[in-house]
Each structure stands twice: as C-alpha cells, then as structure tokens.
Ligand binder design. Structure first.
Ligand SMILES: [Cu+2]
Length: 387
C-alpha cells in the first residue's frame, strides 16, 4: 500500500472508531478478584473500545526551564553547568525532541489539553488507560522527520500492532506498523484480556508503557515514551482509572542520552555553536546526559501536589542503559507495595516498572529523588507536596 493509501485507510479506520468509549460485548470481563483492594462503590463500567489519537511531535524541550537549581534554591554552579550550560560547544538545557502528544480527534488539529495537576508529566506521552475486557485503538500520526512507531507492553497485539521491525517472517502488510513514515498515520489495535491486567498479587491496576521501537534506542532517547494503565475488570471508573485510588502519579527515571537521539546533529546545529568536532569531545558527550525525571533536572518541573489522606498510587518507569539503575526515594511519607511491604524507596532497572501506594499523612514540600550518588549530583531530583 502506498503511503497515501495507507493514510486514507488509517483515516477511514479512525472515522469508524471515532466514537470513543463505545460499549462492546465481551466474554473476557471478570468480576474483581477476592484479593483486590476494597473499591469505592461505583457502577460497573462495561467493556468498551477506547480510542486515542496520539501523534509523535517535534518540540524544543527545556530540561531546566526555571534556570536555577530548584532543590538547593541556588543559581546553577559548576556541577549543574556540566549539563545545563549553553555555550559555543555545548547544547545547554534545550534540545529538540520527539514526544507523544494526545489530540482530540483524527484531524490531529487540536491538542487535548492536559490538566494543570498533570503538568508534572513533562515530556511523557498521554496516559493510555483500559479496563480488562476493553480494546484499545490508537490512531498514530507521525509528525516527526524520522520513522516512528508505538510498541506497547503487556497488552495483546498481533503482528500488525507490535510496532517493532525485525526478521519475524511476516509479510509487508504486517510491517506497516513497524516504522510509520514521516507524515503517515497508522491505527494500532491492542486487546486487553485478563493476562494484560492485574495478576493475583497485584492491586486494582498495573502499569504498562508504550514507546517507539522503529529504532528502539534512538527513539526512546529522542523522547518517545508514555505510560499505560490496565485496571482490573469491575474496578474501573468510566475513564479507566481504578475506583479504589484517588490520585495516580507517573514518573520516568532515565539518563536521557541526547548523544544517541536522532536529533543530535540538529541540536548541535541549532543550539550549540558550529563546530562539528564537539562530538569528539568527551565533555560534550557528558554534557548531553540528562539525568531527568519526566524530562526535568534539578527540580525544574512542576511538582506533584497531593492531599493528605488521599489514596495515591505511584507508577514508576525506568529506561536507558547500564547507568540506569535508579532508586527512587520519597522524603516525608511512606509507601507500600501491592503485596503490602512498607518502604520509602524502591529500585528501577532499564525497561522495568514499579507500583507503590501512598496515603500521605505528613504535609509539606518533600524531596523525591534518585538515591544513586552520581545521579543526585547530576540533578535526578524533584519534590512533591502534601497539603
Ligand atoms: Cu538514578
């Protein structure tokens, strides 16, 4: 199929599924298991098709928009300037990136507004939600100049919706999803059976994620990653969120290696001086290792605001390479694992996810950071607030 035909086909599919949240009959719906936490009484939400319109967009992203160290309250010094200082041979804190953004419909003309309380999500893609028994249709538009895809974790997909190119023996019609061309649109269909949702030891929801896998390493360092939540059947609100949770928070811990982003040359050309020789410079390479949480360093992102007594679920994602062993640590409040173990920190490795529950009881603005010393110095820190 030609790219033009592919777009036309995708648009037709999008139109057919434009009425989001259409209830469909499904035999895979299950009542909540006996081990599930007590849910707030709410009417059961029937299985449905949930449609999302997601584009990969090119944006100029500033990892440090405040321009100072918001954790220490001080101006950037020598330590921070290794990573954030702009100069003739340094890119600084602003890089062009590819990020997933949600639109209101298949025209991809209007961005879906992100609520102020979710501004902390930073460069993460939209939170995609489903209840066990649902089907997800994701209409994907690639607005970047590089091939891109959406590869999901946990949900059930066939070869037309895997979003990853490799020698799997499939034919051309099963490879359109692997690397969606610049300007093209593709519709991914992901099923959400029991095995995609919470297992016996989980709470009412599990974390998943999606990311581009056309060039897995470059695409994710370029910024194409987002969270996905699958809620146990019978425990979802209409929007898919779990009924026994008041607030959900999503964090990515990653050393974003901008040296491996497909935008590297663009960033050198537009944000650094001119010398192409900078890429041979070890210190230049170091300057592009952005130790970020949701795309921010040194507490420069909007922080999460919680209310004391809320049932808060923290969903954590780790990505990257061998330096990406992270140990998220919360000051001020404690958390429990779904199995009921108490902690105020946890661990993440590249490509792994963790879920912790918190009922904050200690008001204040609290430090929340990776506990790895090298990562502390490089700015993998933020705060959260309890009111
Ligand atoms: Cu870390």
């Amino acid at each position: 199929m030609s790219p033009r035909l592919r777009v036309a086909a995708a648009c037709a599919l999008a139109a057919a599924s434009a009425i989001a949240y259409v209830a469909v009959a499904s035999s895979s719906s299950q009542p909540p298991s006996a081990s599930a936490a007590t849910a707030t009484t709410a009417p059961a939400v029937p299985p449905m098709v949930r449609t999302y319109y997601v584009a990969a967009d090119s944006v100029d992203w500033n990892y440090a928009p405040l321009g100072y160290n918001a954790i220490s309250g001080s101006a950037f010094g020598d330590q921070e300037n290794v990573f954030v200082k702009h100069g003739p041979d340094r890119i600084g804190s602003t890089y062009r990136k590819s990020i997933y953004r949600e639109y209101t419909d298949a025209t991809f003309s209007t961005l879906k507004p992100r609520a102020a309380k979710d501004a902390y999500l930073g460069f993460l893609g939209p939170v995609i939600r489903a209840q066990v028994g649902d089907t997800l249709k994701v209409v994907f538009r690639n607005n970047t100049p590089f091939p891109a895809s959406m590869h999901p974790h946990n949900v059930l997909y066939d070869k037309k919706s895997e979003g990853a190119p490799y020698a799997d023996g499939t034919g051309p019609q099963s490879m359109l999803d692997d690397a969606v061309a610049p300007g093209a649109t593709y519709v991914y269909t992901w099923k959400v059976p029991e095995r995609a949702g919470p297992g016996p030891g989980d709470g009412s929801s599990v974390l998943s994620m999606y990311h581009s896998h056309s060039d897995e390493v470059g695409d994710t360092y370029g910024g194409l990653i987002g969270p996905m939540v699958i809620t146990r059947a019978g425990m979802a609100r209409a929007d898919g969120s779990p009924t026994d949770v008041d607030r959900e928070v999503f964090n990515l811990f990653e050393v974003a290696d901008e040296n491996q982003s497909p935008w590297l040359q663009y960033n050198i050309d537009h944000f650094a001086g001119d010398p192409p020789s900078v890429v041979q410079d070890d210190e230049f390479g170091e300057s592009n290792l952005m130790h970020e949480i949701n795309g921010y360093v040194y507490g420069n992102g909007p922080h999460v605001v919680l209310t004391a007594g809320q049932r808060v679920r923290w969903y954590l994602i780790g990505m990257g390479t061998e330096v990406d062993l992270h140990t998220p640590h919360w000051h001020g409040n404690t958390l429990t694992t779904p199995m009921g173990m108490r902690m105020d920190m946890t661990e993440l490795l590249p490509g792994t996810m963790q879920i912790l529950n918190m009922t904050p009881d200690n008001p204040g603005t609290w430090l929340y950071h990776c506990h790895v010393n090298d990562h502390i110095l490089a700015g993998m820190m933020t705060t959260y607030e309890v009111r």
